[in-house]
Design a protein around this ligand. Structure first.
Ligand SMILES: C[C@H](O)[C@H](O)[C@H]1CNC2=NC(N)=NC(=O)C2=N1
Length: 97
């Protein structure tokens, strides 16, 4: 199982991401896309990535606003797998805009 990051380590890692906040219990990013279909297309791409890496974000969909939350449920907190997934979500969002 992946090692839990301390709250301080999470804070350091957030500096390398775009628009994420959080602490040792989870990290999240809210983003508004141009339309509902555009938002769902992002969700679909994130779903593909999540399956590939076998690590899955919690996703909240409100019209065209998405909130992604990454936490390693089996570890009970944030691990490098969450940071890596957040980075991939950032890349998907960047290429969708
Ligand atoms: C068997 C499989 O690896 C586990 O169920 C995975 C799947 N995706 C997961 N995703 C997240 N975010 N946390 C987990 O603990 C987790 N566990």
């Amino acid at each position: 199982m992946a090692d839990l990051l301390t709250a301080e380590a999470v804070r350091d890692e957030l500096g390398g991401l775009t628009g994420w906040s959080g602490d040792g219990t989870g990290i999240s990013r809210t983003v508004e896309l141009s339309s509902f279909p555009a938002a769902i297309a992002v969700v679909d791409r994130v779903a593909g990535t999540a399956e590939e890496v076998d690590h899955h974000p919690d996703i909240d969909i409100r019209w065209r606003t998405l909130t992604f939350r990454c936490v390693t449920h089996s570890a009970g907190g944030v691990t490098h797998r969450d940071i890596d997934l957040a980075r991939q979500i950032d890349e998907i969002i960047r290429s969708a805009r």
